[in-house]
Unconditional design. Structure first.
Length: 269
């Protein structure tokens, strides 16, 4: 049964019956059987329910939900090593690559976070995440787990940006609907043009396979920035439009794999 059916909110905003007076530990056990949609409804019932749900991001509620919706590989390996809480891991899963919004030449692996590009000749293939952003500040990590090939681009795209095209090109950044950083030649790309090199320093190091790049999207300042390790590389794009923007990647090398993990609000400093 749903949360609404078993412990519905009354007219005054408090839960009907005596459910809202249950001890926090009992509520936590009940909530641990619910799905995310139902938990969102429960969080709106009263302050106690909200506190039980969001006071501890490693509670049994989030631990149980993570075990149900995340693949064992995602929890067992280091894919989510920079996402410290179970609530954060669940959130990362819901912000991962979309299986329905990617090139026909790629698929999302069973871990839920890694894109695999099939060895298709003369094709550039990309993918967007399930959720985009039109406000707030957001950070995610991207890393390549195979050869880059001649073009390997990370960045953002609107829903209108193409996720597949013929040839080996910088698909992300090829039109006015996407913005990308080509890790192969360190060029910034937008509207089919090179917007300069990045990072802006002499002899910028080349990307190394497995190296995690942190992407920071600030929809308030309308900027896109990148970090490598603990080093802030600078703002890559300014003046982003006030539209819904999705984390995205595009790749050309056969059997290469790219992993994307949403981290949440970026930490300042």
């Amino acid at each position: 049964p749903s949360a609404e059916g078993t412990m519905a909110a009354g007219p005054g905003g408090a839960a009907g019956g005596s459910g809202w007076r249950l001890p926090g530990r009992v509520l936590e056990l009940v909530f641990s059987y619910l799905e995310l949609r139902e938990l969102r409804s429960c969080a709106l019932v009263c302050k106690l329910w909200h506190r039980v749900l969001h006071g501890d991001e490693n509670s049994e509620v989030w631990r149980s939900l993570a075990a149900r919706c995340l693949a064992e590989e995602a929890l067992r390996t280091d894919i989510l090593c920079n996402v410290p809480t179970y609530k954060g891991k669940v959130r990362a899963f819901h912000h991962a690559f979309s299986t329905n919004d990617c090139s026909r030449n790629v698929y999302i692996k069973k871990n839920g976070f890694t894109l695999h590009r099939n060895p298709i000749a003369q094709s550039t293939d990309g993918a967007r995440t399930k959720i985009g952003f039109s406000e707030g500040r957001h950070a995610w990590e991207v890393w390549w787990e195979g050869p880059l090939g001649t073009v390997a681009v990370i960045g953002i795209a609107t829903k209108r940006a193409a996720m597949q095209c013929q040839g080996y090109v910088a698909l992300l950044g090829s039109d006015d609907q996407s913005w990308g950083w080509n890790l192969v030649d360190n060029n910034l790309l937008h509207n089919g043009e090179v917007n300069g090199s990045f990072p802006q320093c002499n002899n910028a190091p080349k990307y190394q396979i497995g190296e995690r790049i942190r992407v920071i999207l600030d929809m308030e300042d309308k900027t896109l920035a990148f970090e490598r390790g603990y080093e802030f590389l600078g703002v890559a794009f300014r003046g982003l439009p006030k539209v819904c923007l999705y984390p995205a990647v595009s790749a050309v090398y056969g059997n290469t794999e790219v992993t994307l993990v949403y981290l949440g609000k970026p930490l300042d400093g």
